[in-house]
Design a binder for this molecule. Structure first.
Ligand code: XMP
Length: 507
């Protein structure tokens, strides 16, 4: 499979570069900037991209790629910091400039394969503090903005390019065309990364494993798709286990049971463990303690099940590519079969090998795989739900009353978003509830009730998020329904904090 390798210099957009390239059906992989040239060579890339990053090339501790990488004679595209790296490496000069953040008009100066077919100008997204002041002799300036006279450069003889702006963000007009020019026309990469191909390859690899597999299914899309792929490969040797921990959304337990029983023919077990989890959480206030307790209890329930119903050799998880990269244990696509314990924070004593068939995929790719495998549309598009469930949406101690309020209010929010045709436009939408109370008035009576906090966010990958500017009419409906339909509630608030500095979940 043809591949583009993106060296990650720490930009918040690094993953986005990979995703955009994969949207062109070309496989792209994110690797640390200090990857050795030998390692990089082994990957046999068709081209290399240097991502942006927060550093300055003139600082003594600036992150630099290994020099030998420039001698590979492979096409290179530097983006933002990557652009400055190229200028610096070939003897140009980068200086500190006024910070430029936002959209600028990029004017084309010279024909180039990189900017071919874009017309005379495009709006380009800038996010930088340094700029290229002097361009090395062997480069031409192919585009400029009013602030950056060398916003795009091309080597005169070799296929090395630098651009100060970010083609990977949607605010850059025709940004995908630029990446397409680089990947398809300059690197000549074949468009052979498809989800049909991924399914075939993965199922094929999974058929080679021996022993039985236990797969925790949460009802979320990742674990469902992981289970279905493994089932396709090894059939009866897979057992899917769903744990009702008492921290699920309204009616979720029944819906998941129903979905697996009706739609899929795999071995499926539901474990009723509500009391186990809820009793362990009694009296616990600290968010991290709650997470730890839920995580440990999951493992206990799984190992109990495995001991009684085994033998099992493998525990399958729906780990995705960004988690693999973030946990710093990226081993690349070849590691579909095996990785080590505690990748997902599992204890050392867990006597099962870990199987992570989705570790190469981004969320949108998992959704595509799900569609191909016939997962019902409603599940494919369901908002992400955290592993510790409602224990992180109930602030303070987890009590039956707070769980019930959070469930009912979240259901109302979801219904109103569906009704307004907005459910699929937002990343997550739910209600959090704590112990704070506020005075209300019902009829002529004073009522001292709970405060419900509505959280609705837009995001592309949950790394950053913005609060959704929902029309006031919809907020009003949500608020009215919550106070009318949930007896214990007097106030409804809406969170207007983005991530960062907030997080999406309250705990
Ligand atoms: P935060 O609250 O950190 O959440 O902004 C980012 C995204 O991750 C989800 N989330 C979790 N998912 N286990 C999970 O599987 C967890 O412990 C967990 N905590 C948060 C959250 O819903 C959001 O989509």
């Amino acid at each position: 499979m043809d591949k583009i390798v993106v060296l990650d210099f720490g930009s918040q957009y690094s993953h986005l570069i990979c995703r955009r390239i994969r949207e062109l059906s070309v496989y792209a992989e994110l690797v640390p900037y200090d990857i050795s040239s030998d390692e990089l060579k082994k990957k046999e890339p068709k081209g290399i991209i240097f991502s942006g990053g927060p550093s300055s090339v003139y600082n003594s501790d600036a992150p630099l790629p290994e020099n030998a990488i420039f001698d590979f004679e492979l096409p290179i595209l530097g983006i933002c910091y990557g652009h400055q790296l190229i200028v610096n490496k070939f003897g140009g000069k980068v200086k500190q400039a006024n910070k430029e953040y936002g959209s600028s008009l990029l004017m084309m100066d010279k024909n180039s394969k990189l900017l071919e077919g874009l017309g005379e100008s495009i709006r380009a997204w800038m996010s930088h503090g340094d700029e290229a002041e002097e361009i090395p002799d062997e480069f031409d300036i192919i585009g400029h903005t009013s602030n950056a006279h060398a916003a795009a450069i091309a080597n005169k003889d070799r296929t090395i390019f630098g651009i100060q702006f970010h083609p990977e963000v949607i605010h850059t007009e025709q940004g995908t065309e630029i990446l397409k020019n680089f990947v398809l026309n300059i690197c000549n990469a074949k468009q052979d990364w498809t989800m049909e191909g991924f399914i075939e390859k993965t199922v094929n690899e999974l058929t080679k494993i021996d022993g039985n597999v236990l797969c925790g299914v949460s009802g979320g899309i990742d674990s469902t798709v992981a289970a279905l792929l493994i089932h396709k490969a090894i059939g009866e040797r897979l057992t899917g286990v769903f744990v009702d921990n008492g921290l699920l959304r309204l009616n979720e337990s029944e819906e998941i049971d129903d979905m697996f029983m009706k739609n899929f023919s795999l071995n499926f077990h539901k474990i009723e463990a509500q009391e186990k989890f809820l009793s362990k959480l009694r009296g616990v206030l600290d968010p991290e303690d709650k997470r730890k307790i839920v995580g440990e209890e999951f493992i206990r329930v799984f190992t109990d099940f495995a001991e009684k119903n085994g033998p099992f050799k493998w525990l399958a998880q729906g780990t995705l590519y960004p988690d693999v990269i973030e946990s710093g244990v990226s081993k690349g696509p070849a590691s579909v079969i095996k990785s080590h314990h505690n990748v997902g924070g599992l204890p050392d004593w867990l006597n099962l090998e870990i199987l992570e068939p989705l570790r190469e995929l981004y969320k949108d790719e998992v959704r595509e795989v799900a569609k191909i495998l016939g997962v019902p549309e409603k599940l494919v598009n369901r908002h992400p739900f955290p592993g510790p469930g409602l224990s992180v949406r109930v602030i303070g101690e987890v009590t039956p009353t707070k769980l019930s309020i959070s469930r009912k209010a979240s259901k109302i929010i979801e219904e109103e978003l569906w009704d307004a045709g907005l459910y699929n436009q937002v990343w997550q939408a739910f209600a959090a509830v704590g112990d704070d109370k506020a005075v209300g008035v019902v009829g002529d009576e004073r009522k001292y009730g709970r405060i419900v906090t509505v959280r609705i966010v837009d995001s592309i990958d949950a790394m950053t998020a913005d609060w959704t500017r929902l029309p006031h009419g919809i907020l009003e409906k949500i608020s009215n329904r919550i106070t009318n339909e949930i007896e214990e509630v007097t106030w409804v608030s809406y969170v207007i904090s983005s991530k960062p500095p907030a997080t999406i979940e309250p705990q």
